[in-house]
Structure formats: C-alpha cells, structure tokens
Design a binder for this molecule. Structure first.
Ligand code: GLU
Length: 400
C-alpha cells in the first residue's frame, strides 16, 4: 500500500509480542496452550507497590507530570544508580518513559542519522535492529557464538567498529540467552571501547537483578568509569518488580542526550502514566524483599528447564547466568520430518509445528538473529515448565 511510509518497510511486528499475543488468544479460545513466549514474570506486582498506586489515584495524582518523569521519581532513580551501580547521575541526567522500549527508541531517534551504524551482538532482543532502522541507522550484527556461551569477544567487537559506528547496544544478562558478562569479560570489551572514543554505549541493564550466583552483575560505566560520559544506562521496573504492564523504564546519561530525549517525548507521548510513576517510586524506595524472594525461584526454574531440555534428543542448552530465558540449540532436529510429513528446515518451522501439535508456545531463534534455536521464557510455574518440557520431548521424539 503506497499510503504507508518508506520507514515501514524497515519494520516488522515484534515477534515476541506477536507470539505471546497469539498464545493468549489461543488460550482464551479454550485451547490447551502453555505460553513460554512472553518475557514477563508470572508473579503479581508486590502489594506495597499496588497500594502506592491506589493512594496516588485517591489523592488526585492524576495530572500531567514533567514529560520525562516527575522530580521525586528522578531522585529515586538517581539514588538507585548510586546505591546499586556506583553511578552518580544528577536528576537532570535521568529520563523516565513508558517502558525501556521508549527509552531505547528515544535515544536512537535522538542520535542516529542515515549511515550511522549501531553494533548489536546477536542473539539480540528482537526490537533493537528494528528500532535502529526506524531511526534511520544501520544495524551491524556481531555474532555471539554458542561455543562462547553466547558472548561476543573483544576482537569481534573491534572488527565491527568503523568510523560510522555510533552506538554499541549492550545487554547483560541477555534477552534471549541469559548470558552475562562478568567483570573480567566486561573489562575486556571496555578496553576496546576506550580505543574508539566516538562509540557510545547503550547498556540495557533490564535483567540486572535476575543474576544467579556465582554470576555478579556489572554495568559498563561502573567497571570503566572513563566510559561514563558516553554511556546511556538503561533500566526499568518491569522485570525486577513484576511490573511489565505499568510501563516504566528509565535511563541515566549525559545531560545533552537526556534533554534531546525529553524533547522527543514532549512531542510524542508526554509523561508516562502518573499512577505508574508513583508505583515505580514505591518500587525503588520501598522494601526490596521481593527481589531476594523471587530470585531463587527463578534460579530453581532455570536449573529445572536446563536439565529437562538437555535430556531431549536433538536439543542442547547452555546454563545461563541470568534473566529468565534459555536459548537451546535445535541443530539436532533440523532436516527431520514430523509424523504429519512437515519437514523442519528452520527454527520457525520447529516453533510453528511445536505450537500446533503440543500447544507449547516458544519464540523461534531467527527472531533474535541466531539460528537454529528457540527461546523459552521460564517465568512460569515448575509444574507448567515440567509439562511443557515433557511435550517438547515428545514432539522431538516423533521427528524422524
Ligand atoms: N521484553 C519482553 C520479551 O522479550 C517483552 C516483549 C517485548 O516487548 O518484546 O518477551
């Protein structure tokens, strides 16, 4: 259709959102579906946070706030960065938006011109390349190999940097692999970045608190303070406090960049929901026990799923350091045929047939830029995870 802009040619609908929505619809239609596609905690938002939101409504906190977040929340975010990451941002260096997605989008829109390149390690979260393209830039994908536990090496990063490189989008622990860069691995990447002063770092720290011992989370500007002036540190309340639907993401970064992001937001959505901002304030300033309580549960689920998947013929699943995803390779299933006569040539074929014949919804690896794989979000009960893995095992057994 000519009516649509040229820009739309560069964008596909988010596969994670599309598959999660399809699974929800199938479930609502009475189908026996186990959804392992949505990257969101199954837990409810903690009560203290819900109460803060109710109090905000009752006390009339229902008006516009500053477009990129109310001062109280910016102060709480600055305090969080200082307390947990050793990063000292002033309130004028903080931006709040409707989810981490809007933060990333604003930052890319504010900085990319045609021809600018953005380095994205693959497997990547599905929206990074599309956001770069919408903003007029060119994604430069660097493969993080299975053999290296889905982490890129310093030499890979170095080889990808050109004079047009504007950003590296860095995400640890990673969506979709759960791979985390420890202090040594991160320091090695930072060394390369120190040699390339024109490259900025967009660090997506969304899964910071979903880090499982012995892995310890670090953010780039924390391990290498010389990168602080050219780092945008992105985070949010969605994953850590089970608040995906509230839509609050935030970032700390250089004032000039934050100001440009505010300008964009003031001309697009204005402030994220005032009620959600009051809820996020309580999340950051209130009791933090939920984090300590939920982390071991996720870790137990990770161990369960990794063990069950590795027992399945044709699959191979590394143990991730964090997040709530695993990213098994299905190399052993490619080229095989289902009992119904459908050949599994790609991971998209695998995911489609799996959903059709077993009701288990996963996201195919091509969506994340590394195949043949699929992503499981294990943010659901042990029983459902065991049942889903049993169905995946049965599906793989019937391939010939
Ligand atoms: N980040 C989550 C995921 O990867 C939520 C869906 C999305 O926004 O992509 O599933």
């Amino acid at each position: 259709m000519n009516f649509l802009s040229a820009r739309m040619k560069a964008v596909r609908p988010s596969p994670t959102v599309a598959i999660s929505t399809l699974a929800q619809e199938m479930k609502a239609a009475g189908k026996d579906v186990i959804g392992l596609a949505a990257g969101e905690p199954d837990f409810d938002t903690p009560d203290n946070i819900k109460e803060a939101a109710k109090a905000a409504i009752d006390s009339g906190k229902t008006k516009y706030t500053a477009p990129d977040g109310m001062p109280e929340l910016k102060r709480a975010i600055a305090a969080k960065f200082s307390r947990e990451n050793g990063l000292d941002y002033g309130p004028q260096q903080i931006s709040v938006a409707a989810g981490g997605k809007q933060i990333l989008f604003n930052a890319l829109m504010a900085t990319l011109s045609p021809g600018d390149e953005v380095i994205i390690p693959a497997p990547y979260w599905v929206s990074y390349p599309d956001m770069v393209r919408i903003a007029g830039g060119t994604p430069v994908v660097v493969d993080a190999k299975f053999e290296n536990n889905y982490k890129i090496l310093p030499r890979d990063l170095k080889a990808a940097i050109t004079s047009r490189t504007k950003w590296l989008i860095f995400n640890s622990p990673s969506n979709p692999t759960g791979a985390g860069y420890d202090a040594a691995a991160l320091t090695a990447l930072c060394k390369v970045l120190l040699q390339a002063p024109h490259v900025w770092i967009m660090s997506d720290d969304m899964y910071e608190h979903l880090s499982y011992p012995p892995f310890v989370f670090h953010s780039p500007a924390e391990v290498e303070p010389r990168l602080f002036p050219r780092t945008l540190t992105v985070n949010g309340v969605s994953k850590v406090y089970a608040m995906t639907g509230w839509r609050i993401g935030y970032a700390g970064g250089p004032e000039e960049l934050i100001r440009a992001m505010r300008t964009l937001q003031s001309q697009s959505t204005s402030n994220p929901s005032s009620i959600s901002q009051w809820a996020a304030l309580e999340a950051l300033n209130g009791p933090q026990d939920y984090i300590a309580q939920s982390r071991p549960i996720f870790q137990r689920r990770r161990d369960l799923v990794v063990e069950l998947l590795n027992d399945i013929r044709g699959l191979s699943c590394p143990t991730p350091d964090g997040a709530f995803y695993v990213y098994p390779s299905i190399a052993g299933c490619i080229g095989k045929t289902t009992p119904g006569g459908k050949r599994i040539d790609t991971d998209a074929d695998f995911a489609t047939e799996l959903l059709k014949s077993t009701g288990v919804a996963v996201v195919f690896g091509a969506a994340f830029g590394l195949s043949p794989n699929f992503r499981v979000s294990y943010a659901t009960s042990d029983d459902l995870l065991s049942e889903a893995c049993a169905r995946i095992a049965q599906f793989c057994e019937t391939l010939s």
